[in-house]
Design a protein around this ligand. Structure first.
Ligand code: 5AD
Ligand code: SF4
Length: 438
């Protein structure tokens, strides 16, 4: 048995938090912590939080409440809060829940070793700076074997200031990492077994990394990833329609390793609401953009985000959203009821009654589910690439993701984990596809 201290991390929210949690685990690994999946075994619990909607933020406090008995039983247990709630609320978290030892924002977790020193002395530590230094340069080098599919943060923050969104406040202004460092990190991931990289950014297609030979856009970065031997697939998320530059659209048709899947949130189909949201595009310009991307890559599977019940949304505005969804036809989608976030411009406005918003959400979700179901069903009979990621629940079965990001189950030998295989899809079940190796 190792005598390492045990670290339990719970990750809420987006994929960038998943990436951050891995990096925090590595930073704490250097402090003698080893990961555990069992909260009750932990010497330290770290909650990596999300602030995007009210419900997400409140989850933190209900989870902290449930941890009280653990802390009473084991007074040495350290409890830390990271992520966007940590950034937004800082020391207020300790006022609401004094047993919290550590609050660390998304931009300062490279300072965890120093912060832990303070915590180990029995003090509370709070760090929610937006520091000058690049946190990625201060994190430990990554050496452990990685899963076949990995995230890579290339850009953080957002300058778009959509009227409903806390991201520009919690993650700060847009910052892009230098391309040479990203290529080095991608090569390191591939050496550790990674075959698919998803480039992450709150506004990833606004990527503008300063390279040794000038500024790089996202398309150039994707082409550089395409050249990495051993890497099989590249994806990116999340994008804003106004930053879909021509070279990026073109890459969808010409770049081999770029997968035919695009998450491009529109939020609403009503121009009045889009204007009130400060989206700076119209429903028509979004649809025209989709047409251009589909012209480059006709089999593209499109994914989107929607908010219903934004202040001022009438039935007519909502119907414009349904109309846009019918026109575009999404293969995947995420839809939310508007949630007023303190400090954002829309938070000052009158709310749509909750029962009206709930009813609209149901109608929208019914339509989106139908489209999603149809997109999945239309895969039956087709041959697709599948990156096998792990063993399935049934003997002899592996699970992986198709080019279009559908989960696929297939009978295949274990040594195929971490490889891309051609699979013929034979059936569409609730949340996944079944196929056979060709
Ligand atoms: N209320 C509801 N949904 C929101 N989103 C962002 N902010 C809010 C909010 N205040 C949704 C948007 C965004 C996704 C990540 O979360 O659809 O694209
Ligand atoms: Fe938030 Fe995305 Fe709008 Fe930026 S572009 S403010 S992250 S919804």
């Amino acid at each position: 048995m190792s005598d390492a201290k045990k670290l339990f991390i719970k990750t809420y929210g987006c994929q960038m938090n998943v990436y951050d949690s891995e990096r925090m685990a590595e930073a704490l690994g250097a402090e003698g912590y080893e990961a555990t999946d069992v909260m009750a075994d932990a010497d330290m619990i770290l909650l990596n939080t999300c602030h995007i909607r009210e419900k997400a933020g409140e989850k933190l406090y209900s989870d902290l409440g449930r941890m009280k008995p653990l802390k009473q039983e084991k007074p040495d247990l350290k409890i830390g809060v990271a992520g966007c709630v940590a950034q937004a609320e800082g020391a207020e978290i300790m006022r609401r829940q004094p047993m919290v030892d550590l609050v660390v924002g998304p931009q300062t977790y490279h300072r965890l070793p120093d912060l832990m020193e303070k915590v180990n002395r029995g003090e509370q530590a709070v760090d929610t700076d937006f520091p000058e230094e690049d946190k990625f340069e201060h994190l430990p080098k990554r050496i452990s074997k990685a899963r076949p599919s990995a995230f890579l943060t290339v850009q953080e923050g957002c300058d778009k200031f959509c009227a409903f969104c806390v991201v520009p406040y919690t993650r700060g202004a847009e910052v892009s990492r230098p391309p040479e460092r990203l290529i080095a990190e991608a090569r390191n991931l591939v050496e550790r077994g990674v075959r698919e990289i998803t480039l992450l950014g709150q506004n990833v297609n606004a990527y503008h990394g300063e390279g040794e030979d000038g500024t790089w856009g996202l398309a150039r970065l994707i082409w550089a990833m395409n050249d990495i031997e051993g890497l099989k697939r590249v994806r990116f998320t999340t994008s804003h329609p106004n930053d879909m530059e021509d070279a990026l659209i073109e890459a969808h048709g010409t770049c081999d390793k770029l997968m035919p899947y695009l998450h491009l949130p529109v939020q609403s189909g009503s121009d009045k609401i889009l204007k009130a949201m400060n989206r700076k595009h119209t429903a028509a310009s979004y649809i025209e953009l989709i047409d251009r991307i589909r012209a480059a890559r006709p089999d593209l599977l499109l994914s989107g985000d929607f908010i219903v019940g934004f202040p001022g949304e009438t039935e007519e505005d909502f119907e414009a959203t349904l109309e846009l969804v019918r026109t575009v036809n999404y293969g995947q989608a995420y839809s939310f009821k508007y949630s007023a976030r303190p400090g954002t411009p829309a938070a000052e406005k009158d709310l749509v009654p909750d029962d009206v918003a709930s009813e609209r959400l149901q109608r929208l979700q019914a339509l989106l589910s139908e489209q999603q179901y149809e997109a999945q069903r239309s895969m039956v009979g087709r041959e697709v690439g599948v990156l096998f990621e792990k063993k399935g629940r049934l003997d002899g079965q592996l699970v992986g993701k198709s080019d279009y990001l559908h989960a696929v189950h297939c009978d295949a030998p274990e040594h195929m984990i971490g490889t891309v295989q051609r699979v013929r899809i034979e059936a569409s079940v609730t949340n996944s596809l079944k196929g056979v190796l060709t």
